[in-house]
Design a protein around this ligand. Sequence first.
Ligand SMILES: NC(=O)c1ccc[n+]([C@@H]2O[C@H](COP(=O)([O-])OP(=O)(O)OC[C@H]3O[C@@H](n4cnc5c(N)ncnc54)[C@H](O)[C@@H]3O)[C@@H](O)[C@H]2O)c1
Length: 250
Amino acid sequence: MNQVHLSGKTALVTGAARGIGYEISRALALAGVKVGLVDLNVDEANQAAALLSGEGCLVQAIHADVSDETQIKEIVEQAALRWGRVDILVNNAGICPMTPLLEITPIEWDRVLAINLKGVFLCSQAVIPIMQRQRSGKIINIASSAGQMGGIAVGVHYSASKAGILGLTKSLARILAPDIQVNAVSPGTTESEMTRGWDDGAVQNIIRQIPAGRLGRPGDTAAAVLFLASEQASFITGQTINVNGGLLMV
Ligand SMILES: NC(=O)c1ccc[n+]([C@@H]2O[C@H](COP(=O)([O-])OP(=O)(O)OC[C@H]3O[C@@H](n4cnc5c(N)ncnc54)[C@H](O)[C@@H]3O)[C@@H](O)[C@H]2O)c1
């Protein structure tokens, strides 16, 4: 993974305090990127920053809620002032309630869509003028196989929000070409806090459907993000890289 060199680049990664976002931040930082670890959970973000700093990474914890337009505008402005540029945005923050279909309230629906989909829009909208001025940038959105094939265990609002990310990714890619590349990475079920409490029977049922015979690991998704963030991926835009062990083949 460390063969990609991105020294001097800067990135904002949302939901970076743990799980997939943490591994994405680590992969970018080990490749030489200065990374802002954006998270709602400031304590965990500070712990993540301390761990990564211990590995020699240039990272900083940033407290923000991706669904809050004012907060996002402010932290993106501050990052641009501090670094002089923002090269990479990874929209990773997300929540995944398992609420059964008939029990999902309109309030819960709105909350999932506000974080998982509006958050991607708000962070992208805040960063795009900076990337346009630079005439370069990479936006990488973390979707989910649930948005492509229907979730096996997750709530329908989650699947809908992730399907929305795929449409948003393609529209942004078209509008922002040729200077800015916008792509999605779509993980299948992955070992993280998000899935830790899942019923073992349900997890075994999912694993039986995965040709690779295991759940994803955060590093699997981080490797795909690192590639998309690199110059080697400069002719790739509007695409989705599926990181699912063969669960879904498209
Ligand atoms: N774990 C999986 O099986 C899986 C599969 C496919 C896609 N994904 C997606 O990958 C991404 C990361 O998932 P994970 O498994 O690492 O989850 P996780 O729950 O372990 O981590 C999510 C992080 O996002 C942060 N966050 C939540 N709401 C936020 C908000 N409003 N603003 C800022 N930060 C916020 C949390 O504090 C947490 O640090 C999510 O978008 C998720 O939907 C996960």
